[in-house]
Design a binder for this molecule. Structure first.
Ligand code: GUN
Length: 287
């Protein structure tokens, strides 16, 4: 089977270009320029790179952006104040607090504090509930990016068996909700699942989002499956640091119908969907 490697970068670039056109058209009609606020706490190098890429892409789409960088030792009160002020700002449509936060800060509290209308991560319980009941406006960016890819690679998802590896609030759970709404038969595999490999081997669509480097190998993949690799894991290999996914790409690529690489697969689509959510929020606010 020839390998169909899904180019997430190219797909994301196209989406961002389309959104840039939409932003231009909207501002031409007198609406304000959509605004994205990103809050970064501390000096985690990976988080700093993600934030930089998010801001760069927002600017490409014609959004205005605000970055607030707080010291790793900042208090919960100081972080709460930043978020509360962003909630009130009329020029800000979307707010994202980059996770993970330092251990002394409460992620749950911050997720609950962001006003649901500006929650472009889709993590607020109101947005989670709307997704679960099929009323979603703001859907978590990574699952949304996966769905965009699946629509293109698979088309109608109805009746497909989708297996999601991982049950995080950020990816696994919302991914399962989205696939269920697309009429897939959904199985969620996690650390306590018995015989995960055999369940995965029954999947037409396999989404790996578990954060274990190269966990999914040939024994886990049905020939002809579409495999989406959400993992981004930094490992040492042959004395060099490199990024790998949750899927052992070299081991499985030739039996997949299509597969996303790491890097350059789901990552860029996640950022494109953040911009999409900011536009959705701006339209919903009617500003
Ligand atoms: N850290 C890793 N992924 C994400 C994400 O999608 N949103 C936020 N806010 N933080 C993250």
């Amino acid at each position: 089977m020839s390998v169909n490697v899904i180019d997430g970068r190219q797909l994301a670039e196209r989406l961002v270009e389309e959104m840039a056109e939409e932003v231009k058209a909207r501002t031409g009609q007198g609406y304000q320029q959509p605004g994205l606020a990103v809050v970064l706490v501390g000096e985690d190098p990976a988080s700093a790179i993600y934030v930089r890429n998010k801001i760069r892409t927002a600017e490409k789409a014609g959004l205005h952006s605000v970055v607030t960088h707080l010291d790793a030792s900042c208090s919960q009160q100081a972080l709460d104040k930043v978020v509360s002020e962003l909630n009130e700002r009329d020029d800000i449509d979307g707010i994202l607090v980059q996770l993970p936060l330092p251990a002394h800060l409460s992620e749950e509290r911050i997720i609950n504090l962001i006003t649901p209308e500006k929650d472009v991560d889709g993590f607020h319980p109101m947005n989670v509930g709307q997704l679960a009941t099929g009323q979603a406006h703001l859907i978590p960016c990574t699952p949304l990016g996966c769905l965009e890819i699946l629509k293109r690679e698979v088309g109608d998802l109805s009746g497909k068996h989708a297996v999601v590896v991982g049950r995080s609030n950020i990816v696994g759970k919302p991914m399962a909700s989205l696939l269920l709404q697309a009429n897939c038969t959904v199985t969620v595999v996690h650390s306590k699942t018995m015989d995960a490999a055999n369940l995965c081997k029954q999947a037409d669509i396999l989404v790996a989002a578990v954060g274990v480097p190269e966990l999914v190998d040939r024994a886990w993949v049905k020939p002809g499956a579409v495999v989406l690799d959400v993992g981004i894991n930094a490992i040492e290999k042959d004395g060099k640091r490199k990024l790998v996914g949750d899927v052992n790409f070299a081991d499985v690529a030739d039996i997949c119908k299509a597969i996303t690489p790491v890097p350059g697969g789901i990552g860029p689509m996640t950022i494109a969907c953040l911009i999409k959510n900011t536009l959705v929020a701006a339209k919903q606010r009617g500003v």
